[in-house]
Design a protein. Structure first.
Length: 291
């Protein structure tokens, strides 16, 4: 059975070759590089052949609060260097995302990004190749990931501590406010939000403009955005929140006071159509959603 990167032998219960992504020293089961999802197939899956994916709760396999996993996971710490390098290598080799200044990252940060990518792929029913095409990371092309303390507004020069991420010019930057007490699902929401900005920027803003036209055509008074954050901040933020809302519909940010999806059907239909046909903002067949 071919799992996207390695062959798996179901009779033996092992992969036919060793995991290329290395060992996480804080998790003893990862030392067996031939095992399938660290010998826990009931809780996890491995759609890419490179790593175990989270379970349906959205929590990463290597939760820093899990037994046997160190709380100090800074990548500049020598004890975490190999695991951080392995995660950075996976992001670059598999997804075309280059981790800049790895010493500024935490191992858990990198694992959350990988988990968020998996969530996006599963929600969109995309292959890795489709993801890379949509993100513009085919061949030698790369999108840079960087980690900084605080966003500095380029217009005012002021620090904006509430900003979780910023995407521009082939670079996605995440800030301290994205990692903390709000929980992993909250962090991954903003990771997918920023990836949605990159998807849009790669096609020159065609997705956010297309959604704005589509919503104006079918919704009264502008309809309802995916979240309160997506309201009044322009079509770019509206688009990014629509994508994140499709990936994480169970988060309260994307639900109304009755626990139902907040986003109107037009936004949901448009974002879903991009999942189906992500190419260049003008999919084959000339879908009316993009006109």
């Amino acid at each position: 059975m071919y799992y996207g990167a390695r062959f798996y032998d179901p009779a033996l219960g092992y992969f036919a070759s060793a995991d290329t992504m290395g060992v996480n020293k804080g998790a003893s089961q990862s030392r067996n590089r031939y095992a399938y999802v660290r010998n826990n197939p009931l809780g996890y899956a491995d759609p890419t052949g490179h790593r175990a994916t989270p379970d349906v709760t959205g929590e990463p396999l290597d939760d820093p609060n899990s037994p046997g996993v160190t709380h100090n996971r800074d990548c500049h710490d020598e004890a975490n260097a190999d695991a951080c390098a392995a995660r950075a290598k996976e992001l670059e080799d598999v997804y075309g995302l280059h981790v800049a200044n790895i010493g500024t990252w935490d191992l858990h940060d990198l694992e959350l990004i990988l988990s968020a990518i998996t969530d996006l792929l599963q929600a969109a029913h995309w292959s890795i190749a489709t993801f890379r095409e949509a993100m513009g990371t085919t061949g030698e092309n790369r999108v840079i990931l960087e980690r900084k303390n605080t966003f500095i507004d380029p217009d005012t020069g002021k620090s904006e501590g509430w900003v979780a991420g910023y995407t521009a010019g082939g670079k996605i930057t995440f800030y301290d406010s994205n990692f903390g007490s709000n929980g992993d699902s909250w962090s991954k929401r903003w990771m997918v939000h920023e990836m949605a900005h990159r998807l849009d920027q790669h096609v020159g803003g065609a997705f956010n403009r297309g959604m704005a036209r589509f919503v104006a055509r079918y919704e009264v008074n502008g309809g309802t955005t995916a979240s309160a954050y997506g309201t009044g901040k322009g079509s770019g933020e509206d688009w990014a929140e629509a994508v994140a809302g499709l990936v994480y519909p169970y988060l309260t940010a994307y639900q109304n006071d009755r626990g139902m999806r907040r986003m109107d059907s037009s936004r949901a239909a448009y974002a879903s159509s991009v999942f189906t046909e992500p190419g260049n903002g003008a999919p084959s067949g000339g879908s009316a959603l993009y006109q």
